[in-house]
Design a protein around this ligand. Structure first.
Ligand SMILES: Cc1cc2nc3c(=O)[nH]c(=O)nc-3n(C[C@H](O)[C@H](O)[C@H](O)COP(=O)(O)OP(=O)(O)OC[C@H]3O[C@@H](n4cnc5c(N)ncnc54)[C@H](O)[C@@H]3O)c2cc1C
Length: 452
């Protein structure tokens, strides 16, 4: 078989590329029996719909907004975030650094004192730096001491000891499962709000309802879970161009032939949306340097435990962060607060997120559910009389790309090699980055501009 463009992977990135290729000559290959990737939803026989944890549409880009609205039409609702943090036996609003109200007084004082010290230290560094630049213009703009090279230092320098100790460090250690000294700050973008001292103090002594941060509001489908977006994109792509249940055996970058369980495909351009390390494994005889750089890429996996409970209105919150070590999960959320249609009447449904390092088996054992239930009771989310009426565990082997010091160079080297061989690797795992569904839609659209 021969086609101009092959898209590997039918997640939202691959589908966006296919959508934007319109009637051009292409084929999309997906290994599973349906498309969607981790933007898919799973429906149970007894009426629960589970996403791969919370998948909410935070939109910044005008094109992405129009695209989503055009596809989902009136099957879309805009929600104002209602997210919280559970720490020291109390719930406080998210983000922690501007919402310490409700925590024990001693902790609030520790956090504010730490923040003041951090701000003073920063002011001192800025003035030292500008003095140095004045004396020796060679240093101007280098921001020597001011430059934070790792996430651990960034936290202490930006938020001080208290906020770092009670939220930033334990939460991120739990999520990334990586020494935070080895994590760069390249992934942060605007994900972590940096408040002024005044904002932090206001939120420490009053119940501050101001919505701060990138995800203060979000869109979500009224019906069908996040899969509704996938289904809506798929409607615009001819069925004949999507091949599911395809196992790729190898990619020959010289002959441009993909060997699959359904025969060989000759291509001209290749858009890959599968995890970058997996793509390199499929390439026949990649240069040693490329294989070595691919080996340097690191990531964390997430086990997503979904449960249905025989009680309605379990909570009015959207999701809750759990920074403390005693809680096995880093976040838990309530699907039924995104859309009532996600669970049967009289019930509620939750997602729980536990991160793990690839290859560690311990997290997947059965005991984990008992620990989760016990943790949910400690936080008074579940009562001892509540019964589980549905359970569905979903594994996300590639969940968060680890931005360590090797990531940028490895990515650059691999991408350069791929482009030279007419392969473009995009999306959260193809582009090896921390990105959203909106970014995936835009990546698919951009990739198409590269196809002549
Ligand atoms: C825990 C978690 C929560 C998230 N929450 C949000 C959120 O709230 N909002 C948001 O905007 N984003 C969120 N994201 C990010 C979002 O899920 C991703 O940006 C997006 O789903 C990436 O889509 P993709 O198509 O690039 O990758 P994927 O969804 O991984 O798709 C890749 C596809 O390739 C297929 N594939 C893999 N290997 C092969 C192969 N060898 N051959 C053929 N096919 C193959 C897979 O089956 C899959 O269908 C979250 C991510 C995680 C992990």
């Amino acid at each position: 078989m021969k086609t101009n463009t092959v898209i590997i992977g039918g997640g939202i990135t691959g589908l966006s590329a296919a959508y934007h290729l319109k009637n051009k000559d292409f084929l999309l290959l997906e290994k599973e029996n349906s498309v969607g990737g981790i933007c898919g939803s799973v429906k149970t026989n007894n009426g629960f719909t589970y996403d791969y944890t919370g998948h909410l549409l935070h939109i910044k880009n005008k094109y992405a907004e129009t695209f989503i609205k055009k596809l989902l039409k009136n099957n879309l609702v805009l929600k104002t975030r209602n997210s919280w943090i559970y720490s020291n036996g109390v719930f406080t609003r998210y983000p922690f650094q501007v919402n310490m109200f409700g925590l024990p007084e001693k902790i609030i004082m520790e956090c504010i004192e730490g923040l003041i010290k951090a701000k003073l230290q920063m002011t001192r560094l800025v003035s030292d730096e500008s003095e140095r630049a004045n004396h020796s213009p060679r240093f101007a703009g280098e921001a020597g001491k001011l430059r934070t090279t790792n996430f651990y230092d960034f936290c202490l320098r930006t938020f001080g000891e208290g906020i770092s100790k009670y939220f930033m460090l334990p939460y991120n250690e739990k999520l990334w499962r990586t020494d935070l000294n080895k994590l760069t700050t390249d992934w942060m973008g605007n994900y972590i709000p940096r408040p002024s001292l005044q904002e932090a103090i206001t939120g420490a002594f009053t119940d501050n309802k101001r919505k701060i941060g990138y995800n203060a509001s979000f869109y979500y489908p009224k019906n069908g879970g996040i899969q509704a977006l996938i289904d809506a994109i798929k409607k615009h792509i001819p069925d004949t161009k999507i091949k599911t249940n395809i196992e790729i055996l190898s990619i020959n970058t010289g002959t441009r032939i993909i060997k699959t369980n359904a025969g060989d495909i000759q291509y001209n351009k290749l858009i890959s949306t599968i995890p970058l390390p997996e793509l390199i494994k499929l390439i026949k005889n990649p240069p040693v340097e490329i294989a070595r750089e691919a080996n340097a890429l690191k990531w964390t996996s997430v086990l997503n435990i979904n449960i249905g409970i025989n009680r309605k209105n379990l909570s009015d919150r959207h999701w809750i962060y759990f920074p403390e070590k005693g809680f096995i999960f880093y976040r838990a959320g309530f699907y039924n607060n995104f859309s009532k249609t996600l669970c049967p009447k009289g019930t509620s449904s939750l997602y729980i997120e536990v991160s793990y390092l690839p290859g560690s088996k311990t997290v997947k054992n059965r005991k984990i559910l008992q620990k989760i239930l016990s943790n949910l009771k400690t936080a008074k989310i579940l009562k001892s009389t509540d019964k589980i009426v549905s359970e569905c565990t979903l594994d996300i082997p590639y969940a968060y790309v680890i931005y360590d010091k090797k990531r940028n160079t490895a990515l650059k080297t691999i991408q350069k090699y791929l482009t030279k061989h007419s392969i473009i690797s995009i999306g959260r795992y193809g582009g090896w980055k921390y990105s959203t569904m909106e970014d995936a839609i835009l990546d698919g659209r951009e990739a198409v501009k590269w196809i002549k």
